[in-house]
Design a protein around this ligand. Sequence first.
Ligand code: PDD
Length: 286
Amino acid sequence: MTRTVYVNGHYLPEHEATVSIFDRGFLMADGVYEVTSVLDGKLIDFDGHCVRLGRSLSELDMTNPHTDAEWLAIFREVVARNSIVDGMIYLQVTRGNPGDRDFAYPPADLPPTVVLFSQNKPGLADSPAAKTGWKVISVPDMRWGRRDIKTTQLLYPSMAKMMAKAAHVDDSWFVEDGMVTEGTSNNAYIVKGNRIITRALSHDILHGITRAAVLRFASEAQMEVEERNFSIAEAQDADEAFITSASAFVMPVVEIDGKAIGTGAVGKTVPRLREIYLDEMRKAAI
Ligand code: PDD
């Protein structure tokens, strides 16, 4: 089926959708994005993604082109026109097309470029990988210093994904000054007893929307949450490990740099967190 995508107010077949070669997103990676999952035809944690979109735009002095209600209507239209039951909605907002290349930002009243597209992923929440867990390797974190802004400059995360593929594992965890920051496109955690440990929010990591929900559910389930740095050695020695993201939800990690975590099998805490997360988020989906 040909996808229907959204470009600047128009719903178009994907092969008819175009963006200028002078678009700041293309020339400068001057744009931000959001990834929102859809389960049972409904948007998961839409409000959280909307808030983070507004923050990313404002950190880059870009005007939010839509109200939350307008965004919701556009998202829902993309879901409906593509008959998405389970899948992802990708949103990109760039600083627009100034008509030429220049390092300086164009005037603030230049309209941004707004693109949305969907990916159909039947059975998204039933991923077989959640039963076996991911294997990861560690790689140096060579990204820029404002990882809290969800920009479209994803080259180094792509390189790190290729390093993982070359090592025949599922993903890479970034390490800076001896401490784990996050995964290529997810937040990283370890579990020790009843405690969940994850890096605190700062400019060093993306402020995951799934992270916020999972930490809230963990506290409500009487688990302790400790927001602090941890090393690869501490992670290898933990009882369990996992990652979170809008596309993988809560995914166990069973091996780091060739060393099994615990028994090397998926533990008890992470599947429980995954189940709570999916149950609660399905209930709250809109
Ligand atoms: N990535 N950290 C990074 C670097 C990310 O790119 C992402 C999301 C996350 C998790 O954030 P959230 O829980 O809000 O999805 C953490 C998306 C899924 C992507 O780029 O495809």
